[in-house]
Design a protein around this ligand. Structure first.
Ligand code: DGL
Length: 266
């Protein structure tokens, strides 16, 4: 029994989709979430900037005495996960491997689509892991940068969202991918529209769900679960005004977000 909290960070608010799954699968664990809301978005920045930001985020959480670090951000996972693992002395989990692993298991024909931010898609991180898992995999990758502001605006249904989904995903549908990895924290909120457009033959992979499963697996194998049959405490830190985090956070978490503190991590 290890009472230390699970640390989770994201470039901003989107990582709450990962926290939501962690809370669902590991309700007894305490969690500390850091959203770097002052510097979001990361998805349009260079690798060196994303790495520098992610060191500051990870160091802040490590100082809070966490037992495991979950990097909820796909962009950070794509460019910095190995560096973060080397930097910290606790287990570090990213979202890319769990998502890619799940896709490789369900893909019927090895025709896999990957969508994410520009940085995630250009890094080739999902593509690399998928190729290791299925050597002759056929990958169609597409950056969908407008999905992030769309979701943050709360426009997750209706015609504007439907048109943007159709425009971005046209090539993936034409390619008849049998599996589509939602490689960005925000995309699970567009799951219904994406599923509607891609059709029933395409299986959608939610990296958030898979990452929570991986977190549970690592906690068990390391013998560091908190199995006290209690409800875990939630704590939130942000690098910019908590007010917006509180409002938009509810869309992501599906419940009220309280106990939010503003921090300077630089
Ligand atoms: N959290 C980012 C990701 O999953 C999306 C938002 C951003 O660009 O920072 O890639």
């Amino acid at each position: 029994m290890d009472k230390r909290p699970i640390g989770i960070f994201d470039s901003g608010i989107g990582g709450l989709t990962v926290l939501k799954e962690i809370v669902a699968q590991l309700p007894g664990e305490d969690t500390i979430y850091l959203g770097d809301t002052a510097r979001v978005p990361y998805g349009i920045r260079s690798s060196s900037t994303v790495i520098r930001y992610s060191y500051q985020n990870a160091d802040f959480l490590a100082m809070q005495g966490i037992k495991i670090l979950v990097v909820a951000c796909n962009t950070v996972s794509a460019v910095a996960i190995e560096k973060l693992s080397g930097r910290l002395s606790i287990p570090v989990i990213g979202v890319i491997e769990p998502g890619a692993m799940a896709a490789s298991k369900v893909s019927a024909r090895g025709s896999i689509g990957v969508i994410g931010t520009v940085a995630t898609v250009e890094s080739g991180a999902y593509q690399r892991v998928l190729k290791q898992l299925i050597p002759d995999v056929d990958i169609t990758a597409r950056a969908c940068p407008l999905f992030v502001p769309l979701v943050e605006e709360g426009w997750i249904d209706g015609n504007i969202a439907r048109n943007i989904v159709r425009t971005y995903l046209k090539s993936l549908r034409r390619h008849k991918v049998d599996t589509l990895v939602l490689g960005c924290t925000h995309y699970p909120l567009l799951k219904d529209l994406i599923g509607e457009y891609m059709g029933e033959e395409t299986v959608l992979i939610d990296s958030a769900v898979e990452t929570a499963k991986e977190t549970q697996r690592v906690l068990k194998s390391e013998g560091i679960m908190n199995s006290g049959g209690r409800t875990g405490k939630r704590r939130f830190y942000v690098t910019d005004s908590p007010a917006r985090f509180r409002t938009v956070g509810e869309i992501f978490l599906g419940e009220g977000v309280t106990d939010i503190d503003l921090v300077d991590i630089v």
